[in-house]
Design a protein around this ligand. Sequence first.
Ligand SMILES: [Zn+2]
Ligand SMILES: [Zn+2]
Ligand SMILES: [Zn+2]
Ligand SMILES: [Zn+2]
Ligand SMILES: [Zn+2]
Length: 319
Amino acid sequence: MRVRCDKHVCQWTGTIATLEYHVKNTCRYTLICCPNKCTYNEVSVSIMRKDLEDHLKSKCPNRSHKCGYCGVEGTYVSTTTEHDQKCSKKPIPCLNKDCTLTMERGRVQDHVASECEYTIVSCKYSNIGCTEKMKRKDMKNHEDDKVHLHLSLEKINELSIDLEELKGKKAIFVNVCSFGEKKEKNVRFKPEPFFTVPNGYKMTIMVCCNGNGDGAGTHVSVFAQLLDVPYKEQLKWPFKGTVTLDLLNQLQDAGHKGVNIVFIDNEYARIGGSAWGLPTFIPHSKLSYNAAANTCYLVDDTLHFKVTVQEHNDRPWLR
Ligand SMILES: [Zn+2]
Ligand SMILES: [Zn+2]
Ligand SMILES: [Zn+2]
Ligand SMILES: [Zn+2]
Ligand SMILES: [Zn+2]
């Protein structure tokens, strides 16, 4: 006896013995689950067998897909939503709204920090006292207009640098390059030690790129530490002074992130004392370009610190 398939649109006929096999394995109208286990509103999707090929080819959210910008592979959904929001090769517009350039997401931060014509920058003579700020594109005009101002500022500055040196407050500049790698590897970066004055206290600073203590994993931590010297008997102990660390804003001579590490009569103020500083110096999230504050501390994967030491010595001739 021949029977028809129980899916009313199906034209199949056969023996009753083969009906079950037909429905289970070949009927084009049987609902089957997507082999990619895709879901819709958290319910597993089932499709008629006849539509499966088309579903897998062009509709299934879990079908494999490559990001069109960087080629990373994943499901269609992940590569077009989550990944798309952070793909470093996807072209996006510059963060400065007047700039019409579009570039790979991964390049935007460098573009804004070092080349965008519309980034607000300080006059390149800000280090000698010109306080003007302008869009980068207007810099040339400003320089032409203010030649005399800049020249006289230069003169004044030469004098004040001499004064700074007399007071023993000369600054030391420290660059922390390959920041990303140092952060990844939890590096405690210690640059060359320095002396507060010739034959004075020997110190080092330490920058923990991936944080330490309360700042572990979230902040950059900074510390200062006293080091041993052969003439330590001739120095006055405990060391009393302030180590000032400034993380320099690369966009203008303002908005630097500073901390004063004060050494008084405590265990840190002696040789052999542990490093003393601030574990939660700056959150990682604040290092990159911030349009509102016009700050950017991390440029070319490098942080720039200025270090100054002020000794609290009321009778410097007795040292
Ligand atoms: Zn059928
Ligand atoms: Zn599917
Ligand atoms: Zn991508
Ligand atoms: Zn731009
Ligand atoms: Zn200027």
